[in-house]
Design a protein around this ligand. Structure first.
Ligand SMILES: [Zn+2]
Ligand SMILES: [Zn+2]
Length: 311
């Protein structure tokens, strides 16, 4: 299961009624933050997800509207009593920028680790989740993120019962571990059925829709994607400033066979994003205008094997 909370949806600068674009993801109780512009901690406080469980901060790139909130956030995490390390992942240049921001938050009760990553890198998160990144195309090096939570194969309950496998061993077998008890050995491979689809999300902002993005995002259940300009007539501006229009974000969602699209990172000039939603839904019907407080929970779908599954 994975919970998502959109904290803000603005690009360039925070506005009185729009916090900067930022996403919180919760996997098995641990929090992953995507981008941290000025003021990110304020909507976070309103929605009550707490700061102590933040172990990972993923930065798309190093423009101020995506990183300037880091010092304040580090203080908020420290004040919440966190002692375990926090790791910041970001594109080349992240060490320099985050260390500079850290200068004004020198005393923290936890270790801050900074990892520069690039195209093709994968790293682990809580709950068996795996993050992967792809280079986008923006004025600064930018990373697009994908998170996958794999799902165990179906467990062959009937066979386990037939073989008299003790029930307390089923979970280990389903996870792929061979087990033995009472002089009998059981091989995991004998009790694993068909593969089952996991859960996945994509977080894409401040980039043009580069050609390999749809493949990278293929089949994500939810795509959180920038739509800096609602009006398709501003396509040239999007091209020049290396952002996307709503229609381009929707095209990406469609080509990636995404399940749903949340639009975010609206230009301050886009006063009411709903005025332009039709430009997205015309291409990808399951498009939603993001707003601070938009939440979703993605859970493994019930399938035929569910009632017979060990977990
Ligand atoms: Zn931005
Ligand atoms: Zn940017």
């Amino acid at each position: 299961m994975i919970d998502l909370l959109l904290l803000g949806t603005g690009g360039m600068m925070p506005m009185p009624d729009r916090w900067l674009s930022s996403l919180l993801v919760r996997i098995e109780g641990d929090l992953v933050l995507f981008d941290c512009g000025e003021g990110t901690q304020i909507p976070w406080q309103r929605f009550g997800w707490g700061f102590r469980r933040v172990g990972t901060i993923c930065l798309s790139h190093l423009h101020a509207d995506h990183v300037a909130g880091i010092p304040g956030l580090l203080h908020a995490i420290a004040n919440a009593g966190r002692q375990e390390p926090v790791t910041v992942f970001g594109p080349p240049g992240t060490v320099h920028i985050v260390q500079a921001l850290r200068e004004i938050a020198p005393v923290l009760g936890f270790e801050l680790r900074i990892r520069e990553i690039d195209d093709g890198v994968r790293f682990s998160l809580s709950g068996g989740a795996v993050a992967s990144v792809l280079r986008g195309d923006h004025a600064l090096p930018v990373l697009c993120y994908r998170i996958d939570i794999p799902r165990a194969r179906r467990f062959l309950v009937e066979r386990a019962q037939l073989d008299g496998v003790p029930q307390h061993l089923w979970s280990a077998l389903q996870k792929g571990h061979d087990v033995a008890e009472g002089g009998r050995a059981f091989r995991a491979v004998d009790y694993q059925g068909t593969e089952r689809k996991g859960l996945s999300i994509g977080f894409v902002t401040d980039t043009r829709p580069v050609p390999n993005l749809p493949g990278f995002l293929n089949g994500v259940d939810l795509l959180i994607c920038e739509g800096t300009y609602g009006d398709s007539g501003e396509w040239e501006k999007a091209l020049e400033r290396k952002h996307m229009t709503f229609a381009e974000a929707a095209t990406l969602a469609r080509d990636a066979h995404a399940g749903a699209l949340w639009l975010t990172h609206f230009s301050p000039a886009v006063k009411n994003p709903y005025d332009w939603l039709h430009n997205a839904t015309a291409v990808f019907p399951n498009s939603t205008i993001g707003y601070s407080g938009l939440e979703a929970t993605l859970a493994f779908p019930l399938d035929q094997s569910e009632e017979n599954s060990a977990s």
